[in-house]
Design a protein around this ligand. Sequence first.
Ligand code: BES
Ligand code: MG
Ligand code: ZN
Length: 484
Amino acid sequence: MNLALSSKPQSKFLIIPVFAKEKIPAVVRAIDKNLQLPALAIADFKNKLGAAQIVYTQDLRIMILGLGERKNFTPASWRSAIFSLSSRLQGVEADSCSLIIPSSIPERPDALVELTGFALTHSSYQFNEYKKDKKLSKLGQIDIVVKNKSKKLEKALTNGITIGLAANESRSLANHPGNHATPTTLANHALALAKKYKFSCTVLEPKEIEKEKMGLLMGVSRGSDEPSRFIVLEYGPKKKPAVALVGKGLTFDSGGISIKPSERMEEMKYDMCGGADVLGIFQAAAELNLPIHLVGIIPSTENLISGKATKPGDILVSKSGVTVEIINTDAEGRLILGDAIDYVKAHFDPRLIIDYATLTGAVLVALGDEYTGFFSNTKKYDRLFAQASTRTAEKFWPLPLPVEYEDHIKSSVAEIRNVGERGLAGATAGGMFLKHFVGETDWIHLDIAGTAWTMRPKSYTGIGATAWGVYLTVDFLRNLKITN
Ligand code: BES
Ligand code: MG
Ligand code: ZN
C-alpha cells in the first residue's frame, strides 16, 4: 500500500474524521463548498471512537470516522481510529482513498502525520505466510490530506512509515512459530539486518557461550536439542557511551520440567517478542540514522524437557559468579537475562540498559493486557519515557522494586533463587532478580508479557505480535541526550 501526502483529495473516496457533537458539514464544506451530506445519514451516525459509516453523494463515497469527544482525544485515540478505518477498508471495493486530517485536531501536525504513517502501516499488517488464501486488500493508495503540505510533514510521514515497517518486521519474526523461528533463525535475521544496514553483529554459539561462562543461559538450554544463540548487535558512534537494549529471545517456553499447563501453551512461541523488539528498534534506528551508540543483546534458546534438562533444586552459576537455585524451571527468562546483563556490562559498560521481556504471568494479573510493567532503578529517564509513551500510544504503568522485597529471592542454599515468595508481587520478583545483576547501572525493565502479543483484536491492533515498544523506544532514543 502506498501512502502519500497531499494538499487536496486525490480520490473520490474521502475519509473524514469527526469529533462527536461537532458539525460534520463544516468539515466537508472545507473540502468542497458545494458538498452536502444526506441529513439523515449524519443524524444517524453515533460518534464513538472508531465508529465508521459510509455515505454516498452524487459522485463521492465518504466515510465518516468517529473520533469520540474532543476533550478525550489522545494519540491513542488516533491509533484506534486508524485501526478501525483499516479494518473497515478491508471490505471496501476501492483502490484508493483520501484521508482528511482535520486541522482542528489538537496535536502537532508533524507528530500527527508521523503517527498516521505509523498507524496505517501497523494496521494494514497481516501475517499470512502460512495461508494459501491470502486476503489481500485492493486498496493500493491512501492520500493523507493536510492543509499545509511541507518538507517537514513529508519527512514525518516517511519516518512514520519507516518505523511502522520496522515494527511489522519485528512482528513477523515473532509471529513465526517455534519450529520456524529458532534461535538460529533469529540469529540469521540479526546477521542479515546488520549486513543490510551496515552495523555489526556477532553471534555466539554454544561453545562460545560456555567460554563466556554464561551458566544460566546454558542451564536453560540444556533440555533442548536446538542450539542456543547469544546475539550481540552494535550500531552507531562507538566513542559515545552506549545505550544497551536487552531482549528475551525464548523461541519456545514449555516451562521445562516445571511444565506449563497445555492450555494456551502454544502462545509461548511468542516468548521471544522482547528479542524481536530489539531487532525492530535496531532496524528503525539504522533507517533513521539516529546519532546514538546502541548495543543490542538477545540471548536466545528454547526451554524444553529432556533427560538433560535443568531440574528444580539445581544450582547454576552466572557469568559473574552468582549462584542461583532453580526453584521453578519455568522462571527461565530472568536466568538468560541475568547472563545477558552481566555480558553487556562486562563488554560495553553501557550508560543505560533497557530490557524487553515477556517475563511474568503476574504482570498480566497486576496490569492486564494494555499496560506494560515498567520498573527502573533511576528516575532520570522517567519523563522522557512517559512522553514518548504518550506520543506513540504504547502504554506502561510503573511497578516498584522495593528493598523490603529483596529477601523474596534469597535462597537457603545459594545466593539467590529464581522465584519470589508464593503469591506475592510476582512481576516485582522478576524485576528484583534482574536488579541483582544490573547493580548500579541505570536501568529500565519492561515486562511486556501482557502487551507483546494479543489473541483477540484490540482497539489498535490485530491478533499476534504487536511490537510493543519499538515506536516508543525509537521516539525515546531520538530525544535522549547522552554526553561523554
Ligand atoms: N514466558 C513466561 C511468562 C508469561 C506467562 C508470559 C504468561 C506471557 C503469558 C515466563 O517464562 C514464565 O513462565 N514465568 C513464570 C514465572 C514463575 C514460575 C515465577 C510465570 O509467570 O508463571
Ligand atoms: Mg517460563
Ligand atoms: Zn518465558
